[in-house]
Design a protein around this ligand. Structure first.
Ligand code: PEP
Ligand code: MN
Length: 337
């Protein structure tokens, strides 16, 4: 249930509304807008429906949310949310580009690529230190050493860092070095991990499970918000279909659907969504046209030596060229980069 307060509701009245909700054993989540305060009432919908919420002084309207997700629902905020990654806001007019290698491989590799992508126009540096690999015999990432290298690359370039978390026990060390947590496709429904990152001070980018529906993605995001962390980005990264010409099928339908269903910013990762270098630029441009708030694009300066996902990494020059074209498409749809 969503309560919208009257424009002249006093702080005492708002506190009283919250007190009443809590007395009924329900949870209240407050979102403050410029004029009104929106209070999400969380609990069993049937139990909430019985309560005389509209009778509490200061309440203007009470709207049932018939969707299974509440805190992520667009109605909860009534306006798109801005999520800061370091000092970079995502969800505003600017289409933010996150870029870097799939994995951190060495100090030289990550700093050199960080310099390249920054020069081309990227605003956030990506790089995996803990890698979720299909085979246990593949490169698993440099772990904490990789995180330190990412932090050094940030030091040098000023780019905030996003990196993947796979295990709850790694949260503390990742929080020490990174600016944003990434929950990967394989962990979208790792509920213990979702709850843990929901208690983190860092923003979280949640990637869509490769076999998950948009609703599953939103329900997983709800776990994170329900623990108190509202700084969540949702990322479409391709789903598994019968198609084999590309690694995955980038579901760009998800972009307008998510923009309508949730206030959270939407990121598109055409790199994993397509998985074939030559097709990535077209889908990056299409994602911006569809309304993506940010893009995640893998770049490597020597893909043939890359320890993961070399086939889908753009070269720095290709990336620079793509950013110019993204700038043109962004302008057409009323965005900047
Ligand atoms: C990645 O970003 O490198 C990655 C492993 O992504 P995904 O979880 O989408 O496969
Ligand atoms: Mn990758």
């Amino acid at each position: 249930m969503i309560i919208v307060t009257k424009p002249d509701a006093t702080e005492e009245q708002i506190a009283h509304i919250v007190k009443r909700i809590k007395e009924w054993g329900l949870k209240a989540e407050i979102s403050r807008g410029a004029v009104r305060v929106v209070i999400g009432v969380i609990g069993p919908e049937d139990a909430i429906r019985e309560k005389p919420l509209a009778a509490i002084p200061g309440v203007d309207s009470v709207t049932p949310v018939l969707k299974p997700y509440k805190l992520v629902a667009y109605e909860f905020r009534g306006t798109p949310s801005l999520v800061n990654v370091g000092d970079v806001p995502v969800g505003g007019k600017e289409v933010v580009i996150m870029s870097g290698p799939c994995s951190v491989e060495s100090r030289e590799q990550i700093t050199s690529i960080a310099r390249d992508v920054k020069k081309a126009g990227a605003r956030i540096l990506r790089g995996g230190a803990f890698k979720p690999r299909t085979s246990p015999y593949s490169f698993q990432g440099l772990g904490p050493e990789g995180l330190k290298m990412l932090a050094e690359a940030r030091e040098e370039t000023g780019l905030p860092v996003i990196t993947e978390i796979m295990d709850t026990k790694d949260l503390e060390v990742i929080e020490r070095y990174a600016d944003c947590l990434q929950v990967g496709t394989r962990n979208m429904q790792n509920f213990a991990l979702l709850k843990e990152v929901g208690r983190s001070r860092l923003p979280v980018m949640l990637k869509r499970g490769m076999s998950a529906t948009v609703r599953d993605l939103l329900m997983s995001a709800e776990y994170i918000l329900n623990e108190g962390n509202f700084n969540v980005l949702l990322c479409e990264r391709g789903i598994r279909t019968f198609e084999t010409a590309t690694r995955n099928t980038l579901d760009l339908n998800a972009v307008p659907v998510l923009k309508a269903e949730t206030h959270l910013p939407v990121v598109v990762d055409p790199t994993h969504g397509v998985g074939v270098r030559q097709y990535i630029p077209a889908m990056a441009l299409a994602a911006v046209a569809a309304g993506a708030d940010a893009l995640m694009i893998e770049v490597h300066n020597a893909p043939e030596f890359s320890k993961s996902d070399g086939d889908q990494a753009l070269l720095p020059g290709e990336f620079e060229d793509l950013v110019q074209r993204i700038r043109a498409v962004a302008a057409v749809v009323g965005r900047d980069i």
